[in-house]
Design a protein around this ligand. Structure first.
Ligand code: ZN
Ligand code: ZN
Length: 312
């Protein structure tokens, strides 16, 4: 299904046959083009949106959960996701309803961005609406309601707190969502940038170790294309983040530097000046996640809260 205007291009939505009606893995972006593609795809398989029995969402991002609510309205399907991502949706909704809540301009200000950079962020704060709340919550090891077949929940936090992979045990293949993709690495960020007690990147690396050790090699990811060699790819992604951790570590010195400055000094696929403001926010979140893992390893230390600053 297309993700209009996004460089990712498309979300791969999977349809699992069973006696009660199709179960979808992920639902795609909420956009008329995506809805049209979903209808056409299901028609091509001899079924329809009205027949959908359930939607299991790998994680709450809009390119995965976006249309889940609309499919449920049409078909009466259940919508399932991991409890931790349902909690994220609850927080997103509370933030939207809080008139005194912080905006992304406030966030990057605390990271050390200038007032001009904060204004540019506020002019571009286009966060999508939170997706529909699930009516079924999944925990690690739970079986998804797929009559006659065995689809097990594998909790792989990192890209989101409640990201799950789904192991179709009767075919021994793994739906990997955004956790393991063949040629790109998913975004792993810390939000808010100084949120205490969580280590998303440390969690992601542990999830990758776990996925590599499963012994399942056939991957059905949510972007790009299906591939064989999950353990090899998971190890490559671990290596990539170890390199990034070393890069961030090498930027640290004895003088405190703000989170914003450290993010601007990292190497990104696009030059910092050419990135739109929202990409600055994501780059700062990703830098913060790497700093948190370094803090946990005793290789970085936070010195200040306003703005957030770090030394080695
Ligand atoms: Zn995602
Ligand atoms: Zn995605």
């Amino acid at each position: 299904m297309p993700i209009p205007g996004n460089p990712l291009g498309k979300t791969l939505v999977y349809v699992l046959e069973n006696e009660r009606g199709p179960v979808l893995i992920d639902a795609g972006w909420e956009h008329p083009e995506a809805w049209k593609a979903l209808k056409a795809g299901l028609t091509g398989l001899g079924t329809a949106i009205e027949d959908v029995y359930g939607v299991v969402v790998t994680h709450m991002h809009p390119d995965h959960a976006g249309l889940a609510g609309r499919i449920r309205e049409r078909s009466g399907a259940w919508v399932a996701m991991h409890r931790a991502d349902a909690e994220v949706i609850t927080h997103m909704r509370a933030d939207l309803e809080n008139p005194n809540g912080e905006d992304l301009g406030d966030w990057i200000g605390r990271a050390g961005a200038s007032p001009e950079e904060q204004d540019a962020m506020r002019a571009n704060d286009g966060r999508p609406d939170p997706p529909a709340m699930p009516d079924r919550l999944l925990e690690d090891g739970d079986l998804v309601d797929l009559p006659g077949r065995t689809l097990r929940t594998i909790w792989t936090p990192g890209h989101s707190p409640g990201h799950i992979c789904l192991h179709l045990e009767d075919r021994d293949l793994l739906f990997t969502g955004d956790h393991v993709l063949p040629e790109i690495t998913p975004h792993v960020g810390l939000y808010p940038y100084d949120r205490p007690e969580v280590d998303p990147l440390g969690g992601y690396l542990a999830s990758l170790e776990r996925t590599a050790a499963m012994g399942v090699e056939d991957a059905m990811p949510a972007h790009q294309y299906s591939f064989t060699g999950i353990s090899r790819r998971a190890k490559e992604i671990i290596e990539h983040h170890e390199e990034r951790l070393a890069e961030v570590r090498a930027l640290l010195g004895d003088e405190p530097q703000t989170l914003w400055t450290l993010a601007t000094r990292c190497v990104w696929s696009y030059s910092w000046e050419k990135m739109p403001p929202i990409s600055h926010h994501l780059a700062v979140g990703e830098t913060a996640a790497h700093l948190r893992t370094l803090e946990k390893r005793g290789q970085a230390r936070r010195t200040g809260g306003h703005p957030l600053s770090y030394v080695r």
